[in-house]
Design a binder for this molecule. Structure first.
Ligand SMILES: C[S@@+](CC[C@H](N)C(=O)[O-])C[C@H]1O[C@@H](n2cnc3c(N)ncnc32)[C@H](O)[C@@H]1O
Length: 296
C-alpha cells in the first residue's frame, strides 16, 4: 500500500523524532514486507501478512537453519539482559524492539530487578502499536515509543526518552538485529556513538549484526533480494566493520562471537550456520584503561 499524501506528511513530521502520539506516526502498511513481521515469521509468530511471509520464505530458501539463527539471536537478547541486570543495570532502551514475543527484555530485566525501567523504540508503527497493546495497564516504567535510529541525536535527546531514562546513571542500550537495516549512508556508527557519548560510565551497549565474513555469497545475495522490497534493506558488514561499532567500549567476555555462542554455557551448535551473525556487549569505562578492565 503506497503512502497517501496525509501519511507522507505525517512521516515527514515525525522523521527522526520520538513520538508517543499514534496520530503522528505513519500508517501501518501490510503490503510492504516489514523486517519486524518477517522476523516474527522466522520465530513462529502469527503477526505477519502474505507480503511478509513471501519475503521471509525467500530468505529462508537459502538459509535452511534461518529460524534457528533467529531464535539464537533472541536468546542473545535475553541472555545479555540477564547479564546486564545481574550487573545492576536497571534501565534499558531497546532500539528496534520488534513485534512482542516472550521471553522479552521486560520479563528478563524485571525477574532480576523488579523496578527496572524499559523503553522500547521502533520505527515500524505496527511494532509500536503491538507493544503498546501488550503494555497497556502496566506501570509507567515501561513504554513503547516511535523513533528512528537513523536520527540518533533527535532520539537520544528527545524529552520522551529523557523522561523515561536517567542518563546520569548507567543504562543499557540494545541494538539487537537492527543496525543491519541501516545503510552506510545512514551511518550506523554515528547512531551508536551518539548513545555511547550520552551514557554514563558503567553503561552498556549490546549489538548483534549479520556479517559477510563466513556467509557464502549465494546466501548474501538471496537475503539482500528478500529484503530489497521490504521497508528496510539487509546490509551485511565485515567483522572488522562490526567491531568498530564498539569503539570507546570494552567488550565483555566472551567478546564479539557468533550469536549462538554468546554465554551459551553447554549449549553447542553442531554445524556452522549458513547465515553468520555476530553479537557482543560493550561497557563504557569507569576508570582509565590502566585502572580497570571490562566487566565480568
Ligand atoms: C529483526 S527485528 C529485531 C527485534 C529484536 N531487537 C530482536 O532482536 O529480537 C529488527 C527491528 O528493527 C526495527 N528497525 C529497523 N530499522 C529501524 C530504524 N531505522 N529505527 C528503529 N527501528 C528500526 C524493525 O522495525 C524491527 O522491529
Amino acid at each position: 500500500m503506497a503512502l497517501t499524501g496525509n501519511a507522507k506528511r505525517r512521516v515527514m513530521r515525525v522523521e527522526g523524532r520520538l513520538s508517543e502520539d499514534p496520530e503522528s506516526q505513519p500508517d501501518i502498511d501490510i503490503n510492504t514486507p516489514s523486517p519486524a513481521r518477517m522476523y516474527d515469521f522466522y520465530l513462529g509468530g502469527t503477526h505477519n501478512y502474505p507480503a511478509d511471509r513471501a519475503a521471509a520464505k525467500r530468505a529462508l530458501s537459502k538459509v535452511p537453519d534461518g529460524r534457528e539463527v533467529a531464535r539464537a539471536n533472541r536468546r542473545f537478547l535475553v541472555s545479555s539482559v540477564d547479564y546486564l541486570a545481574r550487573n545492576g543495570i536497571d534501565q534499558y532502551i531497546d532500539i528496534g524492539a520488534g513485534i512482542p514475543t516472550s521471553p522479552n527484555v521486560r520479563e528478563m530485566a524485571r525477574s532480576i530487578i523488579p523496578h527496572a525501567r524499559i523503553t522500547y523504540v521502533d520505527n515500524d508503527p505496527d511494532v509500536v502499536a503491538q507493544n503498546r497493546e501488550l503494555l497497556a495497564g502496566l506501570d509507567d516504567g515501561v513504554k513503547a515509543i516511535y523513533g528512528d535510529i537513523r536520527y540518533p541525536l533527535n532520539m537520544a535527546y528527545d524529552p520522551a526518552l529523557r523522561d523515561a531514562i536517567d542518563f546520569s546513571r548507567p543504562v543499557a542500550v540494545l541494538f539487537v538485529a537492527v543496525l543491519h537495516f541501516l545503510t552506510n549512508g545512514d551511518d550506523p556508527y554515528n547512531s551508536v556513538s551518539v548513545f555511547t557519548h550520552r551514557m554514563a560510565p558503567g553503561s552498556h551497549v549490546a549489538i548483534s549484526h549479520i556479517t559477510s565474513d563466513g556467509t557464502i555469497p549465494g546466501v548474501i545475495s538471496t537475503i539482500r533480494q528478500a529484503y530489497a522490497h521490504a521497508s528496510a534493506p539487509a546490509v551485511f558488514r565485515l567483522r572488522k566493520e562490526i567491531e568498530v561499532l564498539f569503539n570507546g567500549l570494552d567488550l565483555v567476555r566472551p567478546g564479539l562471537v557468533e550469536v549462538s555462542e554468546w554465554r551459551a554455557g553447554n549449549r553447542t551448535q553442531e554445524n556452522s550456520p549458513a547465515l553468520r551473525f555476530l553479537a557482543g556487549v560493550g561497557r563504557k569505562r569507569i576508570n582509565k584503561p590502566s585502572e580497570g578492565g571490562p566487566a565480568e
